[in-house]
Design a protein around this ligand. Structure first.
Ligand SMILES: [Zn+2]
Length: 154
């Protein structure tokens, strides 16, 4: 029995488990192949958001980073990592969010009532850790930042 009956004319195709079909050349490749081994065409790789988050988290863990549970315990001079996708954002008309802060490494300057100031690539940035609509604009929302620190520092 043939494993594959390639079929440009609409015939029946049989594939082994764990294989996928190349749209370009009609050959089969392993399910995890990123490019077709026959013609080199790239496969679409769909990664669902939950898996992506898990990967990001484990990546952070490998770097020895842990999430800060109480930002009030941050100390001036301490280095913190901000990976984006949390904190203050502009709410767009279509419901999407544009986060205002650049991801990167910041050095804590001061810890205040509603958040902390830190120095990054673009200068001083205030990380507002409160929740709600900002005084600055009805479209600007505050939301706590997810901040990571090297685990050896904590
Ligand atoms: Zn191919």
């Amino acid at each position: 029995m043939a494993d594959v009956v390639a079929s440009q004319n609409g015939g029946i195709m049989k594939m082994k488990r764990g294989q996928k079909l190349c749209k370009e050349c009609g050959e089969t490749c392993g399910a995890r192949a990123k490019v077709c081994k026959h013609c080199g065409a790239p496969f679409e790789v769909r990664t669902d958001p939950a898996v992506r988050m898990k990967r990001l988290r484990s990546k952070a863990k490998k770097k020895g980073l842990v999430e800060v549970t109480d930002w009030r315990e941050l100390k001036p001079g301490q280095e913190v990592h901000y990976n984006g996708r949390s904190g203050s954002y502009w709410l767009n008309g279509d419901g999407t969010k544009d986060y205002t802060t650049d991801k990167g490494v910041y050095k804590i300057v001061n810890v205040l009532d509603k958040g902390f100031g830190a120095y990054g690539k673009k200068g001083y940035t205030f990380f507002d850790m409160s929740t709600g609509v900002s005084n600055v604009s009805p479209y600007l929302h505050n939301s706590p930042y997810k901040i990571l620190v090297k685990s050896s520092q904590s």
